[in-house]
Design a protein. Sequence first.
Length: 512
Amino acid sequence: MRRNSDLHVLARAGFTLALLGTCACGDGAGPPAGERTGNITESQGSASEAEIDRDHGPGPTTIVLNRDGRAALGIEVAPVERRSRSAGFSLPGSVELRPGARRAAAAPLAGRLSLSAGLLDEVATGDVLFSVDAPALRETKASITDLDAELAAQDAWLREAAQLEQAHLEHEAALVALRERWERRLVELRELREAAGGQSEALATAETAMVETRARYAEAREAGADQHAAVAERRALRTGLAARREALLNGLAQVLDLAPESLVELDPAGRLVWQSLSRVDVRATAPGLVDDVEATDGAWVAAGDLVLGLRRSGELWVRAEALQSELPKIGTLAGAIVRPAEAQPSDPREARVELLPGLDADPHRRTAEVLARFTAGVPAWARPGLAVRVHGEVDEADEGFAIPSAAVRRDGLERGVWIEDPSLPARLVFVHVTVLAEQRGWIWIDDEKHHHDEDLAAPNEPAETPHEEPDFITATTRVVVRGAGRLLLATRGAGQAGGHFHADGTFHAEAD
């Protein structure tokens, strides 16, 4: 079917009238004579079929859209900004937990579980995470009670043994004194016999008494030795009992994560702390977040079963990947920040970091690991597994014109932006730009003169109404920051697709 059929001529003529009408009433300013609106050029008089066909050739670089047309295409404009940029580099990475940031809370004894903390609960040091009603706890308390009873019995025996030993010492002293007395008596009787004779009977009686005293003294010493042995045995037994009791208390203190001496302190009821224990409480040793629950409240758990997993607050860092050629720059950094990978230029989420060379490298990809530590505390938005970008700043450069990355579009081998004509805000002009740098969602452009594509001259265009199009980007220039791709499609792709765009943003396909 011929493209210059009467049906197409009528359709395009109707589109031209509709477009001119919407432009005139949208923003209060219509297009100047000879201005392209959509894919159609306004001209004086009637348009020939050849001229209409020519209008669907290479797309123009300008388009006029009223308020309704912009809203239909989702067009948003914003002024160009002057921003400082740094000659640094940007590295992809992710937030990770630092080594040692995770804690596991396991059941110290087998028993019935009672949870006190749940998933995503923030806990402080000393908070009870869960309790276990453990039979082994009662058995340990019973063993300690038995040992206390045995220790009390041994202490009582040793106290009696001390008194018995005192009596024995006194007995031995009396026997020694009796022996010494008989020894002196024998000396006297022997002297009398030598001096006067006789004394045989008295001497025999004294010698007999002396022998008996020595025998009694020997028996007393033997009994004393036995007593000493018994005391030593009892003391050794008591030492063993005390050691067993101390071992049970230390084990109980380890299970309860308490100091052993605290178990033998008195509670408000006047009982020893270990005597008043009825459950094993497992407490948090550091502040953190409960990020894993492995057991059910009320379930029976075995000793060593994992109950809760905790993540220590603030124990995060960033693991990034850099080209090995960029590693020397790390030592010359003026600073570095981390931002979420999807963060827009206006997104306030960023944090200062300190970069450190990692331990691993890949010889095939020529990359190396880089670690980033937060220098002013971990930001609230940081989460393990969050994709981020690490921006290293080497030195500061002069300010320049910056445009959001979404505003810059490729046009063949070049890149450009849509700017708003200050003399006719409804008119948008595509201007080619020279990109100097791209960082953090912004693109810096050369602030020299930027030319846009020349419009194709239409026949019968009045020469007396020329329109000077903007070819400079200044501090007051407003650029299209949203919908730039749709505008390129409207101007570059409409003719190639066999159709055209209306001023309200709708596309009308044409049959071949």
